[in-house]
Design a protein around this ligand. Sequence first.
Ligand SMILES: Cc1cc2nc3c(=O)[nH]c(=O)nc-3n(C[C@H](O)[C@H](O)[C@H](O)COP(=O)(O)OP(=O)(O)OC[C@H]3O[C@@H](n4cnc5c(N)ncnc54)[C@H](O)[C@@H]3O)c2cc1C
Length: 392
Amino acid sequence: MTGRTQPLEVMIVGAGITGLALGLVLHQKGVRVKVIDRQPLPEFVAPAGFEQRIYAMSLASEGFLRRAGGWQDMDRTRIQPILGMKVQGDRDGRFSLTPHDGQTSPMGWIVEAGAMSSALHRYQKKVAPELLETGVTVSAVHEKERSLEVHLSQGQCWQTRLLVAADGLHSDLRERFGIPAYFSPYGHRAVVANYRISGEHGGVARQWFVPGEVIALLPLPGQRVSLVWSAQSDHAQALLAMSPAQRTQALQQQVGYELGLLEEISVPADFELRRMNVARWIAPRFALVGDAAHGVHPMAGQGLNLGLQDAACLADTLMARGPGPDCGDRSLLRRYERARREPVAVMQGLTGGLAHLFSASRSQWGWVRNWGMNRLEGCSWLKDELVRYANR
Ligand SMILES: Cc1cc2nc3c(=O)[nH]c(=O)nc-3n(C[C@H](O)[C@H](O)[C@H](O)COP(=O)(O)OP(=O)(O)OC[C@H]3O[C@@H](n4cnc5c(N)ncnc54)[C@H](O)[C@@H]3O)c2cc1C
């Protein structure tokens, strides 16, 4: 048994980008913290093209990852700045966003999921080799007077003031603490693949609302884009069953030739899309962060961004606690929950509402959604607010 004599202040379960970044930030602030994951973290091997799983990261997320330490080690040639955003409705609706200061500074970045996770892990091994333990999970948790006693699958036992679940959408730990999670399927699956383009993307992230579905082509370094096609489940299956040439043709029919000719350069993958809400974000000496706390539609590319904002908020709340309370203090956790509930609900409402509005069964609302987009397009202050909101 280890760790009995020296209680941890924070134990984080799940070393995805959210959990590991939170662990690194707390460690750098001198907090006694441990991160565990049931899987070893794989070393990123850069594929010849570009990894299929990518994230659109906000500037706020970049800021937090810089605090954590991994961002600076990323290969800059594999990061694409997002210089603008264009959204097209299924009729004449149009809407575009550029950085609010009118400059050509990026609105965010496109990064490869594996490269980001690997950069954090490399940095962690350099600055805090003891911080992370992989290949273990939680087997039991017992409440003690001023701590939790956490038993791990390899036999170790730790006392911790606060236990944080960063173990993803299907969090075991959330269930262990009896926090109900409500899943509602969007009826969509996301089909993702990379494409070479014969034209130029100009760093612009493009999105098309086609009847019942949403197609995003996100810019990658060079003449490449990443497809996220949120398709109705049966259509997603049909898309996956097509040959690359048929799929490309189906895509090109929807998005036209603004980017020139498309050529598929990766094997497509698909993900089920579900909204997930939790009844509570906290329990005594316990908090949820990242996908363990929320599931959102990927149309706005906000899932991980929200998770990193959770992590930043929890870290700042714990750091600002002053000399009295310990990290598991209920009033601190309540402050964290209050701060995060609303922005997450807003993002879930926005993306879920748009997905619903553009679903086939609501096609009679076609003129409303396209009119709404055009109104938004003409409203520069609201667009500036949206850019600022996305980067909070
Ligand atoms: C198609 C698609 C596109 C997306 N695009 C974007 C985007 O552009 N931008 C964006 O911000 N978000 C995007 N997202 C959302 C994003 O993928 C997730 O929000 C993000 O990966 C969640 O990170 P996390 O660290 O919270 O959880 P995860 O990445 O799921 O990490 C959880 C970790 O916990 C570990 N774990 C699980 N159970 C246990 C256990 N019992 N014990 C120990 N360890 C455990 C796992 O091994 C894993 O390492 C997208 C999602 C989809 C489906």
